[in-house]
Ligand binder design. Structure first.
Ligand code: F6P
Length: 549
């Protein structure tokens, strides 16, 4: 594979960086009245303003050149064609097939995957309709009022984020619950709120081997059986979503109550598959289809638009500029929308589990930074918490500010305040405040002399802090679908540039293996295994604390 740091565009960007790092965005805006116009882009119902970045035309040309030299055009084709680009697992990567609304054939191992995608979607639709309409009845002939999703990681965060984001579109009878934590507390608290007669448990696990999910599912099943007292009732209250039919059957869920997906769907990319069943149960088939439609719009755009006007490519390459040239290892997701409060957690898994790697696809180590640390919170809450660091701290972390333009559905007077804050923050991060401006401001407040001068350095904002402003017309299924797909493709592009496989996750395995051994020791099933002194001591502390049990 080509050595990234040896590519001509990589070096050329370093030469350009020497000048570009000195530029202040204030000056860039002053010298180009068209900047916002030129550095803005609309795709479907999404608008991206990327003008408040430390970039010039030369930067963008260099970055797009880098994308071409790194083989991005070919890699995009490979993904959409169903080639096995997840090389360490020998799998295709086809979340795009799940929302391939044109139905054009996509082949994996010589088989068109579209018929099975459509058939599962149809089954999901029928099942969702039966549950939502009240036709599907529990063991005492009552309709379902509560859905408990049991899953973790990609089998939790996607459905959880989407159901939270699209709550205004949810079925009024349906209460959604999500249990991922194995600590017992989350399931216990959830079970306090639901009734066995009216609850449907959706057990979601790609592998159906995940300890946390299986433990929670078993406990939920016991809880249910203590109440229903009839094994046959389980079929009316437990369904599974998995790629592993055998494990589902072994667990005791009838395969006719299983919704299938395939190994070419990555866990963190799976909300479009049967893993989206809770979404469909809550929002209905039509809204789920709209979510797929929105993603499809972004897929088509990503596949066909020139890089210079390609939203995921722009987001990715501007990200590369900060990560690899400025050396900023963090990226903030700040949705200005309470309904999107789980978006930062969702993007965190999507990005960090995909690109948190240091080995390239050919097995060689990288010699540059890869995935940034993704973090965030709703923007308004962030403003009153960590934005201080973003404005005046020593880290420079790009921020995605995400909001809806229309005030539809908001309480009177609220949306204007919200959006005023989005725009004000973006402006403040860009402009900052000079010492001269601070002096004027303090003088106008009546301060002067030494007191004034002592305060000046504290009130100065360097500015020049990058933001992307991502605006939706309105947060609806279609626009959310486009937004998520834009992030998925952004992450793919960055993985391609770094030459890493964004679709495996070997890094999570070691902890799982060790936990199995230690669990055996804590439960007395295993004799003490070999550990370092710290781990031995921690195990000892556990034993002491639980001596009497
Ligand atoms: O341990 C990480 C991981 O494998 C994620 O990639 C995945 O989303 C999550 O665990 C859950 O896995 P599963 O759906 O197989 O239970």
């Amino acid at each position: 594979m080509s050595e990234l740091t040896q590519l001509p565009a990589w070096q050329k960007l370093w030469d350009h960086f020497a000048d570009a790092k000195q530029l202040h965005m204030r000056e860039l805006f002053e010298s180009d009245p068209e900047r916002a116009e030129r550095y803005g882009l609309e795709v479907g119902g999404l608008f991206l303003d990327y003008s408040k970045n430390r970039i010039t035309d030369e930067t963008l040309q260099g970055l797009m050149q880098l994308a071409r030299e790194a083989g991005l055009p070919e890699r995009i084709k490979s993904m959409f064609k169903g080639e096995k680009i997840n090389t360490t697992e020998n799998r295709a990567v086809l979340h795009v097939a799940l929302r391939n609304r044109t139905n054009s054939p996509i082949f994996v191992d010589g088989e068109d995957v579209m018929p099975k995608v459509n058939s599962v979607l149809e089954r999901m639709g029928k099942f969702a309709h039966a549950v939502r309409s009240g036709e599907w009845l529990g063991y005492t002939n009552q309709p379902i009022t509560d859905i408990v999703n049991i899953g973790i990681g990609g089998s939790d965060l996607g459905p959880l984020m989407v159901c939270s984001a699209l709550r205004p579109f949810g079925h009024p009878r349906m209460n959604m619950h999500f249990v991922s934590n194995v600590d017992g507390a989350q399931l216990k608290e959830t079970l306090k709120k639901v009734h066995s007669e009216t609850t449907l448990f959706v057990v979601e696990s790609k592998t159906f081997t995940t300890q946390e999910t299986l433990t929670n599912a078993l406990t939920a099943r016991d809880w249910f059986l203590q109440r229903a007292r009839d094994e046959k009732a389980v079929a009316k209250h437990f369904v599974a979503v998995s790629t592993n039919q055998k494990a589902v059957a072994d667990f005791g869920i009838d395969p006719s109550n299983m919704f299938e997906f395939w190994d070419w769907v990555g866990g963190r990319y799976s909300l479009w598959s049967a893993i989206g069943l809770p979404i469909m149960l809550y929002l209905g088939e039509e809204n789920f289809t709209e979510l797929l439609n929105g993603a499809h719009i972004m897929d088509q755009h990503f596949r066909n638009a020139p890089f210079e006007q390609n939203m995921p490519v722009l987001l990715a390459m501007i990200g590369i500029w900060y990560i690899n040239y400025f050396g900023g290892g963090s990226h903030v997701i700040a949705p200005y929308d309470q309904y999107l409060h789980r978006l930062p957690a969702f993007i965190q898994q999507l990005d960090m589990e995909s690109n948190g790697k240091q080995t390239r696809t050919d097995g060689s180590p990288v010699n540059f930074e890869t995935a940034p640390i993704i973090w965030g919170e709703t923007g308004i809450n962030g403003q009153h918490a960590f934005f201080q660091l973003l404005h005046q701290g020593t880290h420079i972390s790009p921020i995605d500010l995400i909001a809806s333009l229309e005030s539809r559905g908001s309480l009177p007077g609220h949306h204007e305040i919200l959006l005023a804050n989005v725009f004000a923050q973006a402006e403040a991060f860009m402009r900052g405040k000079t010492a001269e401006e601070v002096r004027e401001e303090l003088a106008a407040q009546g301060m002067k002399g030494e007191a004034l001068e002592a305060l000046v350095p504290h009130k100065v904002f360097a500015g020049n802090r990058p933001t992307n402003t991502l605006l939706m017309s309105f947060l609806d299924p279609r626009n959310l679908g486009s937004l998520i797909a834009a992030y998925e493709h952004k992450i793919f592009v960055q993985g391609v540039i770094w030459g890493i496989n964004s679709f495996d996750q070997w890094g999570v395995e070691l902890g799982k293996q060790l936990a199995k051994t230690i669990h055996g020791e804590l439960t007395g099933k295993l004799k003490s295994a070999e550990h370092d002194s710290s781990t031995r001591r921690l195990i000892q502390l556990y034993r002491q604390a639980n001596k009497s049990k």
